[in-house]
Design a protein around this ligand. Structure first.
Ligand code: CUA
Length: 355
């Protein structure tokens, strides 16, 4: 019996990769099975009764129909009981998945058009990668900086609206170290379909190492700024709005504008150089290029000085400008300065050491 149940469940639902996934699956399966039984019963009588009471000869005359109290009570009482079971079972499942255990590890989640940003208590920030310890409850405290988004991890059975001007919470405990898909499941505009991310659940030792390394963001002397910039271009999802082939997406392409004069919607203009590019990454609303919308989120506090520098070098390299091959000794710090809220504030004071 339980094998049949498991076969049906795994046909409809993805793997149960969180400890509380069965809490959602059980009422889902109850509704599925109860609905199927009722569908079969109703469909059967829909065909059987007209056939049974069909008119057999022209002499057939219908009987007057009297009420049947037992029948009427049954179709009132049975569905009412079913609906109450679904309500209380579903309500309990909702509470169980929303109210986190007291010892849960907390992560702040921000939904933005169109990426997910994760802020950790250790001062680490990641974009589109939620790194968590496996086999430990994780509580997400979520809000949006613009429109409604919805945080959805199918394997964990968590799906929760992420709203501006309000925090919502949900929790999960990954059953093993692995990578799982995060989706935005509330239509939020042009980039909704690319607003995907990953949960990366790490074993205890890898988790401790990841935290100790400041999220693995340190820059070492000898690293290539262009390679780092290219990695950030994908990892921080610049690529969802900025192409590198000259085509316009939500924002202007990274190819073809370096050194050009850019005209702004407010009538001003500026040459696209290092300073302008840095400002556009950290304070995107400061100057909006003609024909574009002010939709870019700020990367202030999310990218270290070194990463902003690397992105600028990457953009320069696409456009054929000269760029340094490596970061120099004593250059940008390797101590995970990306997460500090003051990282961006210091940015203006620091000159790139590699030049
Ligand atoms: Cu965010 Cu859809």
């Amino acid at each position: 019996m339980s094998q049949i149940y498991e076969a049906i469940r795994s046909f409809w639902l993805p793997e149960q990769a969180a400890t509380s996934a069965h809490v959602i699956d059980a009422p889902f399966m109850f509704i599925l099975i109860a609905s199927t039984i009722m569908l079969i019963g109703v469909t059967f009588y829909l065909f059987y009764l007209p056939w049974k009471y069909r008119r057999r000869s022209s002499a057939d005359v219908p009987y007057p129909v009297k009420e049947n109290h037992l029948l009427e009570m049954s179709w009132i009482v049975i569905p009412t009981i079913l609906v109450f079971i679904v309500f209380f079972w579903g309500f309990k499942a909702h509470v169980d998945t929303v109210v986190a255990p007291a010892d849960a590890y907390e992560v702040n989640v921000q939904g933005k058009k169109w990426l997910w940003q994760f802020n950790y208590n250790e001062g680490i920030t990641t974009t589109n990668e939620l790194v968590v310890p496996a086999n430990r409850p994780v509580k997400l405290i979520m809000n949006s900086v613009d429109v409604l988004h919805s945080f959805y991890v199918p394997e964990f059975r968590i799906k929760h609206d992420v709203l501006p001007n309000r925090y919502s919470t949900v929790w999960f405990e990954a059953v093993r170290a692995d990578t799982f898909q995060i989706l935005c499941t509330e239509y939020c505009g042009t980039g909704h379909s690319v607003m995907g991310a990953k949960v990366i659940a790490l074993g205890a030792q890898e988790w401790n190492e990841w935290v100790a390394s400041g999220g693995g963001k340190g820059i070492q002397p000898g690293d290539s700024p262009v390679e780092l910039g290219e990695a950030r271009y994908t990892k921080n999802v610049c690529n969802s709005c900025h192409s590198i082939d000259g085509s316009s997406k939500v924002g202007p392409s990274f190819l073809g504008h370096w050194g050009e004069t850019r005209n702004f919607v407010d009538g001003g203009s500026a040459v696209m150089d290092e300073d302008y590019t840095r400002e556009s990454i950290l304070y995107p609303a400061a100057h909006i290029v003609e024909d574009y919308q002010p939709v870019m989120p700020s990367y202030q506090g999310q990218l270290s000085d070194g990463e902003v520098y690397a992105l600028i070098q990457y953009i320069k390299s696409i456009n054929g400008a000269d760029v340094p091959a490596t970061f120099a000794e004593g250059g940008f710090g390797g101590d995970g300065d990306a997460g500090g809220a003051d990282a961006a504030d210091d940015a203006a004071a620091d000159a790139p050491a590699a030049e």
